[in-house]
Write a protein that binds this ligand. Sequence first.
Ligand code: PLP
Length: 410
Amino acid sequence: MYDVEKVRADFPILATEVYPGVPLIYLDSAASSQKPTTVIQAMDDYYQRYHANVHRGVHKLSEMATTAYEMARVKVAEFIHAPAPEQIIFVGNATEGFNLVAHSWGRANVGPGDEILLTEMEHHANIVPWQILAAERGATLRFLPFHEDGTLALERLGEFLTKRTKLFSFTAVSNVFGTINPVRELVDAAHAVGALAMVDAAQLTPHMPTDVQAIDCDFLAFSSHKMCGPTGIGVLYGKRELLEAMPPFLGGGDMIRRVTFEGFIPNELPWKFEAGTPRIAEAIGLGAAVDYLTGLEMEAVQAHEQSITAYALESLSEIPGLTLLGPRGVRHGGVASFTLQGIHPHDIAEILDKDGIAIRAGHHCAMPLHHKLGITASARASFYVHTLPAEIDKLVASLHRARDVFRLER
Ligand code: PLP
């Protein structure tokens, strides 16, 4: 049995008050999740007991730090079922994962007349790096549309995936709609026209089991800070032959095997893509986050989120004037985005904040998506391992209060 109260006890921040007498109700995990004690302690332990640089020293502390850093890579590889730890590149965040692929693979493989296919529901992290690449290389970006209900127009895939498509990069789970896209089907469709497939797993890996081999994607990126881990680190997974053929992204120490005044020979995977002193404490924290989520079991995490999200969508839909964005009646990522007639999302968020409820308001780094919907912003509540039905009830009560503040009729 999944014991939410027990899980909640693992997160010290959940016992705090936002204002005197007002406990925190954290409904913003899709933006960044809170951290369990084990993650905080793992990083603290590194700094207190064995901080040193990795891969360099022969002394004991450096050895300990190197082992912990590389163990974190092994844990992440197992967590997403990567064939080998060398295929796990530690980057700054999911955003850097996209930039790395666009910069390194993109500049070597994309030219004039080539196309990169994205979808209209992408986060800016999976749009802007390709816009930069396309402008530089004379390539074209195309966007697979979404239907009004926030599901992809899969029936039009054949129109958008063509022999000119070099890469199809798409999100597994929409951070606005909560749509869970048919990842394997999309990867297969890309491969069928000879294109590569990159998956934005920023809203997948923290919430559901991830299996890169079952998905068969060529690249996949996600961030640690959305999955109980620290900020400052993310993961890029890639197929070995692709990563091996790709030129380095950043140059400097650690990413080289040999340097002369004339040039350099790059290091092996994964260090070829990890220039300079890496994110040691962050990797150790991410490793602890992976241990934590593995302990909860991702199937159980997913089931908990499914039920809490269904409850939230149902409860929110009963509020007069509230419009939910995204599909209904299907499996849904742990987000509920909405607009409330007569109140700007920022005003909603401010009123909710006074009740201790943290939600996100704005475009959620998906401006083109909002533009297509004809709105500039929405409010988003998002749920995680620790969310309680009682917190959803408080969210609903607070939204009613917001309507009262704005004197909207009940
Ligand atoms: N992709 C999606 C779907 C996201 O939700 C986010 C974060 O909001 C990102 C990419 C970018 O994550 P980060 O800002 O950690 O790089």
